[in-house]
Design a protein around this ligand. Structure first.
Ligand code: SAM
Length: 244
């Protein structure tokens, strides 16, 4: 779980570095007991010795209660306030088909206004790309990793039960989209490769009006920055809509 993770220096290879205020962030690593996870945690803790806002927990993320009840999770994350749960590149290692149940356990623990972000291998269901997705899945399955599911968009939606999905860009439908196309920083300089077209991402908001209302009558307004970007035909970099 990483509400605006902010990891210093080399640790950013483990924690995604997001500019922002020093909010406590929590990383879960590796299934319980995995020896490599213990090494990663020891290494990470050494790197973050002077970083008071990032903490590691050794837990199986597919056992939500183990994560949610972990003493460090309880110590550093305040579940009475909105938090962000980043399932980035993780859920494709979950091979069961009850993804909604799994995520529901996390979502139920999160305060209204919390966000869930997901990126996941995608089967785009086209004659050109499906065979590639299935080939990659087969390779991952038979690699030391042992998992890497390529799910369809319909299957991916299961991971956001009851959440209000945020549109992945201005004027876009609220849904999963290709990971590289989720709120892009600017125009693409080259077409996406076939492999890049096999990864999808979405963000959902728990129990709130969400940003979907931004296009509706009167609930949300753009910041001046976003309004200016739109006037100039640019895509704003950040989601900073304000509620009226
Ligand atoms: C593709 S990496 C993504 C890492 C990170 N979220 C990122 O975006 O850089 C997938 C990670 O999921 C971790 N992982 C897979 N299954 C897990 C489980 N059951 N519990 C905890 N971590 C797990 C792996 O150890 C690996 O670090």
């Amino acid at each position: 779980m990483q509400p605006t993770a902010r990891a210093a220096g080399p640790a950013s290879s483990i924690a995604r570095t997001v500019p922002g205020p020093p909010t406590p962030s929590l990383l879960t690593l590796g299934p319980r007991g995995a020896p490599r996870a213990a090494v990663v945690i020891a290494h990470g803790e050494a790197l973050l010795e002077e970083n008071e806002v990032t903490h590691f927990v050794s837990a199986d993320i597919f056992e939500p209660q183990d994560v949610l009840e972990h003493p460090l999770v309880r110590k550093y994350l305040d579940f009475s306030k909105p938090i962000a749960l980043l399932q980035v590149g993780t859920l494709h290692h979950y091979t069961s088909d009850n993804g909604a149940e799994l995520m529901r356990e996390y979502i139920d623990a999160m305060a209204p206004g919390s966000f869930v972000a997901i990126s996941h291998f995608l089967d785009p269901e086209t004659p050109e790309l499906s065979p590639l997705a299935r080939r990659m899945e087969d390779v991952f399955l038979h690699s030391p990793m042992g998992s890497g599911m390529f799910r369809t968009k319909e299957q991916l939606r299961e991971f956001l039960p009851g959440l209000e999905v945020i549109p992945p860009g201005p004027g876009e439908e609220p849904d999963f989209t290709l990971s590289d196309l989720w709120w892009p920083d600017g125009p693409r300089l080259r077409p996406l490769s076939p492999v890049e077209q096999c990864s999808a991402a979405a963000v959902g908001r728990a129990d709130g009006p969400g940003l979907q209302g931004s296009s509706g009558p009167g609930t949300w307004i753009e910041t001046r920055y976003e309004a200016k970007a739109r006037r100039e035909g640019r895509v704003p970099n950040y989601l900073t809509f304000r509620r009226k």
